[in-house]
Design a protein around this ligand. Structure first.
Ligand code: ADP
Length: 424
């Protein structure tokens, strides 16, 4: 194992894993901290997906250190701490405290802070993070319910969260390439600084930064900077050529489950309805998770076959509001998530082995129900949404192997569902 990654949320982990696969690293995503007895998978990179972005600081640090210990045990040569490209955090953390703890555990030194991902509209100039053409604190992120970002200056933001000192490696240095970046980092190290926020406004900047990070015990950033890391291992002769995205074949039926109510997913469902047998659940008429699941499985019984089916709980805002008004916001969400998890379990019992899931929370509920803990990352269907292969031990009665594609609500083109089953 070459690269060990710790991601502070699930979809961020998948995003990073897909980036590494695209760079030629065979990558497995683990859900939660692996157990001490869990054997490392046969892969070049492992991404441990935590739920530490908005967890209490102590829990985030504890889980990150536990993940680090396992990755070190597995022989990883470099550790990558992945957070959101909008630097989602508060003055208390969790980026600073987690990075501090990881750095201390790794024996100190200097770590890069690089959330930039210009291709996705995240650039850093003079230490200021931009989302598109807007400063972070004018991008809408200033109103985020959990991690409002009211300061775009990452040197200041990081300084408030860490016990160490933070410097800036400006674009003029980055533009001179990896050797210049390395020199700047050495100077920071001599000055006793712990972090270097680094500017990047083009993909080439990320590649130079990735090259300069060769040999660093810890790199921190968004998935963009991971673009430059596989080449370091390739240059060292540690990364074999070959298809890093190939997944074992699976047979069985195919189905899609949608629990996201985002606009993108609603459009995708409307498009899929034209070509796929589609059931839209009516939770208002049947506000009972068990009954909804039973209805859906009865509907699926006659339809599972050569072509995929789609079962959607997703609804437009007025219907969501109606269910929430009746049950309360949390209970409405929990009802649907429980129903979708029950449907997924029933579908797998009926022989479904390729499952597409739309919605972050919905995916989490289903993955938990199926007992999935390890996903090998394959080809992307749309950016950020790869097919994955669930391996290893799953919940009792759930047959592995199977393929899963877990889509965050807003991701994917309008033809996502049909395309998914063509790709994988
Ligand atoms: P996204 O990735 O778009 O945020 P999530 O699955 O994370 O999607 O969140 C969608 C939430 O909406 C889930 O908690 C889901 O259970 C809930 N939900 C889905 N359909 C409905 C509905 N018809 N009424 C109310 N809530 C719903």
């Amino acid at each position: 194992m070459l690269l060990g990654c710790i991601a502070d949320d699930f979809t961020g982990a998948t995003d990073l894993a897909a980036m590494l696969v695209a760079g030629g690293m065979r990558t497995v995503q683990l859900i939660g901290v692996p157990g001490a007895g869990d054997a490392p998978p046969d892969a070049d990179a492992v991404v441990v997906a935590l739920k530490s972005r908005t967890a209490p600081v102590r829990d985030a640090v504890r889980d990150s250190l536990a993940a680090l210990a396992w990755l070190q045990q597995a022989g990883c040569r470099q550790i990558f701490f992945k957070y959101c490209s909008t630097f989602d955090s508060t003055d208390e953390g969790n980026i600073g405290p987690v990075a501090d703890a990881l750095l201390v555990a790794l024996g100190g030194g200097l770590a890069l802070v690089c959330p930039a991902f210009p291709a996705n509209g995240r650039s850093v100039y003079q230490g200021h993070l931009f989302v598109g053409s807007a400063l972070l604190n004018e991008s809408g992120m200033e109103n985020h319910p959990l991690t409002p970002m009211r300061d775009a200056n990452l040197v200041r933001v990081m300084s408030r969260q860490t016990e160490g000192t933070v410097g800036l490696i400006p674009l003029v240095t980055v533009a001179q390439g990896a050797a210049a970046i390395r020199r700047a980092m050495s100077q920071f190290k001599e000055q006793g600084r712990r972090y270097a926020v680094i500017d990047a406004v083009m993909n080439d900047d990320l590649l130079a930064i990735g090259e300069a990070a060769d040999g660093h015990a810890l790199v921190t950033g968004g998935s963009g900077v991971a673009m430059g890391l596989p080449d370091n291992f390739r240059r060292a002769g540690l990364l074999a050529d070959g298809d890093s995205a190939s997944l074992p074949e699976v047979g069985g039926y195919a189905a899609a489950l949608a629990g996201s109510c985002s606009r993108a997913t609603l459009f995708q469902i409307a498009r899929a309805r034209e070509t796929m047998p589609t059931l839209e659940l009516d939770a208002l008429a049947t506000p009972d998770a068990g009954a909804l699941a039973a209805q859906a499985l009865e509907w699926a019984d006659g339809r599972l076959g050569a072509s995929p089916v789609l079962i959607a709980a997703s609804a437009p805002p007025d219907k969501v509001a109606a269910l929430q008004a009746r049950l309360g916001r949390e209970a409405a969400g929990a009802l649907i998530e429980q129903a979708m998890a029950g449907i997924a379990e029933g579908l797998v019992a009926r022989g479904v082995r390729r499952l597409v899931i739309a919605g972050g929370e919905t995916s989490g509920a289903i993955v938990q129900k199926l007992g999935v803990r390890s996903l090998r990352i394959g080809t992307e269907i749309d950016p950020g949404v790869p097919w994955t292969h669930a391996e290893g031990v799953m919940a009792e009665g759930v047959a592995a192997p199977m393929r899963l594609a877990l889509k965050s609500g807003n991701f994917g083109a309008t033809d996502f569902f049909a395309k998914a089953f063509v790709v994988g």
